[in-house]
Design a protein around this ligand. Structure first.
Ligand code: ADP
Ligand code: MG
Length: 349
């Protein structure tokens, strides 16, 4: 346990923006998003990697990964178990050395300037560990003692932030996994980090625990201006929680970008409900912009060569006297896209 706890405690010892940058007084978490701070931080991504690779013997756990994690976003790092997520995170945190490639965290190269970079990062790699016989607050006091006097002044604030203020006096041994995960985030927040790296924070949580975690991550990003990097194999949760994502499969990143774009990429599909399906089918059947026209559940489904052609189709049907009752682009879930992409790779292999 000590090794795990020490690992977590080491990551996240930091001073605030104010006293790091200009020797001024401590800033509170809520001041994070001030224009001056944002201006100073513009330009460098929260995390950037180029050709990052890690071999264990002959096997590549991470292969040629180039990621850009924009600041102020919730970033999802998606992949099945064994895809290489934890290995990449361990390289970012300097816990294991890359076989090849480069990485920067908050603009600083790791591992060369690991200590400086990690002073501004809070991380949980796999499940956080606590002293079960101590209360939540006491555990935070132990952690704060190693981080400096400011951390101690933040204990109430971070307990409130993760919604544990009413259970802070209970022993951690009585906490649910979701509460321990949130206490882990609270411990990260003691050092007011700009970037949080959470390895599978939703793992093992019940739906209520996931919702709490999701809301908390959104608040950290939207109201406090932090960047939150989460790894997960739970695609649905990443789709609901994150702004941007990368999909990793067999150590390689196979897609990355804003969630909306990742989802839209494979789409271009349209569903139409109308009064006269026969007539509509006849009208659209020969159209070169319409592919894979078929009937499904009392509606017409098709793939369009250009998504903005949907309006034109609507106009054509209406002008031909076919009343359209529903016309909707199909939004693939990220899960479908993920399965689609990984399956395609398997077929190609
Ligand atoms: N210390 C290690 N020694 C050998 N192989 C490892 C080690 N750590 C991870 N691996 C292998 O690297 C691959 C990626 O593992 P990991 O990064 O833990 O995946 P994930 O976190 O996505 O589940 C797996 O095949 C795993 O068995
Ligand atoms: Mg893992």
């Amino acid at each position: 346990m000590c090794e795990r706890m020490c690992g977590v405690i080491l990551i996240g010892m930091r001073t605030t923006h104010a006293n790091r940058d200009n020797g001024g007084p401590a800033v509170q978490i809520a001041e994070r998003g001030t224009p001056a701070v944002q201006k100073a931080e513009q330009g460098t991504p929260a995390v950037q990697t180029a050709g990052l690779t890690k071999h264990f013997g002959h096997r590549a756990a991470v292969e040629d990964v180039s990621l850009t994690v924009p600041r102020g976003t919730a970033y999802g790092f998606l992949g099945h178990n064994g895809a290489g997520k934890t290995t990449l995170i361990r390289m970012l945190l300097g816990l294991t050395r890359a076989s090849a490639g480069r990485a920067t965290v908050l603009g600083l190269p790791v591992p060369a300037q690991r200590a400086q970079a990690l002073a501004r990062v809070g991380a949980i790699v796999e499940e956080p560990s606590f002293y079960p016989h101590l209360t939540g607050r006491e555990n935070l006091m132990v952690a704060a003692a190693m981080r400096g006097p400011e951390a101690r002044t933040r204990i109430d604030q971070v307990l409130h932030r993760v919604g544990l203020e009413h259970r802070a006096g209970d022993r951690v041994g009585t906490y649910s996994l979701g509460m321990r995960q949130r206490l882990g985030v609270a411990r990260c927040l003691l050092s007011d980090p700009e970037l949080l790296i959470l390895d599978e924070p939703m793992n093992g949580l019940d739906p209520g625990g996931m919702l709490d975690m999701r809301r908390m991550i959104r608040t950290l990003v939207e109201e406090e201006g932090r960047t939150v990097f989460i790894s997960s194999h739970l695609l649905d949760e990443v789709e609901k929680t994150c702004d941007v994502a990368a999909i990793i499969d067999g150590g390689r990143v196979i897609a990355q970008g804003p969630i909306d774009e990742l989802v839209a990429d494979g789409a271009g599909e349209l569903v139409i409900e109308c009064e006269d399906l026969e007539r509509a089918t006849a009208l659209l059947a020969g159209d070169p912009e319409v592919r894979e026209l078929r009937r499904e559940h009392g509606a017409l489904r098709m793939r369009l060569t250009a998504p903005d052609y949907a309006g034109e189709i609507n106009a054509r049907l209406v002008m031909a006297g076919v009343a359209v009752t529903r016309l909707e682009p199909v939004r693939h879930s990220l899960e479908e896209r993920f399965l689609e992409m990984t399956t395609r790779l398997e077929v190609a292999a």
